[in-house]
Write a protein that binds this ligand. Structure first.
Ligand code: ZN
Ligand code: ZN
Length: 353
């Protein structure tokens, strides 16, 4: 029996007769199938994974608790299956289906009522099982190793070289891919929270922000550290300590029963009190799992979901000052029964290299 599919059924019971998804992370979560195309149909008693010719063998080997259907025409197969399981109301994922895709569904299967659903599988995914936390920890451990490797190799190299070296290290050490595009932002470039690595050479007096992650066993890590090249000056030290205090405050605020907004507010207050509120323009954190940005939870002013044991979130305040640079520090934490446990182990005190 597939427990995840059972939980999804409990979620939609009484609302619809079936649920479909083609979203890669949701498809993988529900079935275990890691291929890059396929559609999952979950009815009240039966569940299916529809794949084309390329994926039949892989689906048979990986997928659990679903019947594998090899289709030539996806929409014709969908219509057939939905009529076979007598589904009259069918949910599709509003966040992952395009307007054209929705029109196609309604045209191809006109005799069912198509109902948009949001976050049904994402809410299941938000609370991680122990083996998922182990996979995330493995991805975090790899990122930690990559940080200690790269931190000694910053001086005199361009941001692009550093990013490439980091990425190569992670791939060589077991990452199946990168969790997202690596950020290496030095000197004034650090003022851009999502800076793209450039040909700027890292030199004495820079702060360098490194934000990167690996995918291991399908699960992502996400870490940010900011280090000083040479001896940090007074202002660099002051901003660093401020962000570190906000980061520690944020981690200490994570516990079950609180909303993302409350946690965000506590960390944000530290930065606002120091007069840098306007220099911290993004949310405090985001869920991490099969995708590097998952929701829930959302640690931001918009974070209404309540934190629950087993959720994994980043905690990543930053201060960005145009023309000067920036500091961001990011850890991943897992919510426990009475607080949280930090998965990231890289040191957080200011490193001068
Ligand atoms: Zn990050
Ligand atoms: Zn992040």
């Amino acid at each position: 029996m597939n427990q995840r599919i059972e939980r999804l059924r409990q979620r939609f019971e009484g609302e619809v007769d079936a649920f479909i998804t083609s979203h890669p992370a949701n498809r993988r979560y529900l079935t275990g199938f890691t291929g890059s195309a396929g559609t999952v149909v979950v009815g009240r008693d039966r569940a299916f994974l529809l794949v084309d010719f390329r994926y039949v063998e892989q689906a048979k080997a990986q997928a659990q608790g679903v019947e594998i259907v090899h289709f030539d025409d996806l929409h014709r197969s969908l219509a057939q299956l939905l009529s076979e399981v007598k589904a009259r109301r069918v949910a599709f994922e509003a966040a992952h289906v395009t307007v054209a895709g929705e029109r196609k569904l309604r045209e191809a299967v006109p005799d069912v009522a198509w109902e948009p659903a949001e976050n049904w599988v994402e809410e299941l995914r938000a609370v991680k099982e122990p083996r998922e936390i182990e996979a995330i920890q493995a991805a975090v451990d790899l990122a930690d190793r990559a940080f200690s490797y790269i931190v000694e190799r910053l001086r005199g190299r361009t941001e692009r070289e550093i990013a490439l070296d980091l990425e190569f290290f992670m791939r060589r050490e077991g990452a199946s891919k990168l969790a997202f595009d690596t950020i290496v932002a030095s000197g004034p470039n650090g003022a851009l929270p999502h800076a793209v690595p450039t040909d700027r050479v890292v030199t004495e007096g820079d702060l360098v922000t490194l934000d990167f992650g690996a995918v291991v066993d399908g699960y992502c890590s996400d870490i940010t550290r900011t280090v000083a090249v040479g001896k940090a000056d007074g202002r660099q030290r002051e901003i660093y300590q401020l962000v570190l205090e906000a980061q520690r405050t944020g981690v200490a605020a994570v516990r079950p029963g609180r909303t993302g907004r409350e946690v965000d507010a506590e960390a944000r207050e530290v930065i606002a009190r120091a007069g840098h509120g306007e220099h911290f323009g993004h949310g405090l954190g985001h869920g991490v799992g099969l995708e590097v940005h998952e929701r829930p939870p959302v640690l931001s002013k918009l974070g209404e979901e309540v934190l629950q044991e087993g959720m994994v979130t980043s905690v990543e305040p930053g201060v960005y000052i145009p023309g000067w640079g920036g500091v961001r520090i990011e850890d991943l934490v897992v919510v426990t029964g009475d607080g949280c446990r930090t998965l990231t182990r890289s040191p957080k005190d200011l490193i001068e290299v």
